[in-house]
Design a protein around this ligand. Structure first.
Ligand code: 3Y8
Ligand code: NAP
Length: 249
């Protein structure tokens, strides 16, 4: 009998949880505990860190996990690195479920930068209204470019006011819509968008809206992927588990 741990926090992780629940598989989905009210799931959920690689390896052994699916966000690089190492130590099979990076299309005005530091540097210049669609964790870095007015979007209301002198804050969780993001960008007279290359559908709306409005996007490339085995589809995980994907996903 399989026992599957899903490292979650993404649209794909939630879709996998549905598919495994439908198939009567024994699975548990894990959140880091970064948000106040994470989406409920059709499988049991655990919340909080494991305590590094050693903690995760011990948890895998103690819980009798047979398969580890890393379905975390492409920028959750620490967790993904720990997952590879801990699965190896615990002798547990491992796969990563992620989404391909977005690729600029017709009409896109992307400025590629390697990381948050590069995104800050790319904002050198006269004041603009900048939509900083990076969530909460990297906001302080942009205090180095205080001339801009930043539009911030967080999942939860912060305990402390963000450390940027001029900002507006929207509390919302994705998936977002093109209409909604277009409206937001028009209301705030946005001149530039900063985004992580997260891929997937849940955060893509802002890119389509920026394209429609002819706005430049500072696109932060994702960190290297540590996993040896990667799939971009829930069906790929089901096949890896030994299910026939013919039942549709
Ligand atoms: C806690 C779980 C699902 C998963 C939904 C996806 C889509 C909506 C779009 C923008 C970009 C951003 C942010 C974003 C999106 C999905 C997905 C995705 C981006 C939740 C969730 C957790 C988190 C953590 C949170 C981060 C933040 C990042 C907001 C739940 C809602 C910006 C990433 O306050 C904080 O500390 C929040 C931190 C990591 C990045 C950051 O640096 O702030 N996600 N997001 C997970 C956990 O505890 O383990 O609350 O239900 C999940 C989702 N957020 O099941 O439907 O699949 O990517 N999440 C980015 O892409 O740049 C918003 O505003 O346009
Ligand atoms: P990270 O920097 O790679 O991980 C930092 C630490 O957080 C990990 O070492 C681990 O702690 C804990 N952790 C991370 N994900 C976890 C999970 N799913 N279950 C249990 N513990 C977890 O991770 P992050 O970028 O902060 O992302 C945290 C969560 O938010 C992940 O679930 C991710 O999928 C989701 N998310 C992140 C982003 C993003 O932009 N980074 C976007 C959308 C969703 P221990 O070392 O103690 O085990």
């Amino acid at each position: 009998m399989s026992h599957i741990l899903i490292l979650g926090g993404t649209t794909e992780a939630s879709a996998l949880a549905v598919a495994l629940a439908e198939r009567g598989e024994r699975a548990i989905l894990s959140y880091a505990g970064r948000t106040d009210r994470p989406r409920s799931q059709p499988v049991p959920v655990r919340i909080g860190g494991f305590g590094g690689v050693a903690g995760l390896a011990a948890w895998l052994r103690d819980e009798g996990v047979t398969h580890l699916v890393d379905a975390t966000h492409p920028f959750a690089a620490t967790m993904s690195g720990h997952a590879v190492e801990a699965a190896e130590r615990a002798g547990v099979r491992h796969i990563m479920l992620t989404r391909p990076p977005w690729v600029a299309g017709e009409g896109d005005r992307w400025i590629h930068v390697p990381d948050v530091t590069g995104a800050v540097a790319a904002l050198e210049g006269p004041p603009r209204n900048v939509m900083l669609a990076l969530g909460r964790m990297h906001v302080e870095a942009f205090a180095a470019q205080p001339q801009h007015h930043y539009l911030l979007r967080f999942v939860d209301a912060p305990a402390l006011a963000p450390g940027l002198p001029r900002h507006s804050l929207v509390i919302d969780r994705g998936p977002f819509t093109v209409e909604g993001d277009m409206r937001l960008m028009r209301e705030h007279a946005i001149g530039c968008v900063v985004s992580k290359n997260a891929g997937g559908s849940g955060a893509e709306a802002k890119l389509i809206a920026a394209r429609g409005l002819g706005l430049p996007v500072v696109m932060i490339d994702r960190p290297p992927c540590p996993a040896a085995r990667v799939t971009h589809a829930v069906a790929g995980v089901l096949e890896w588990l030994g299910h026939s994907a013919l039942r549709g996903v």
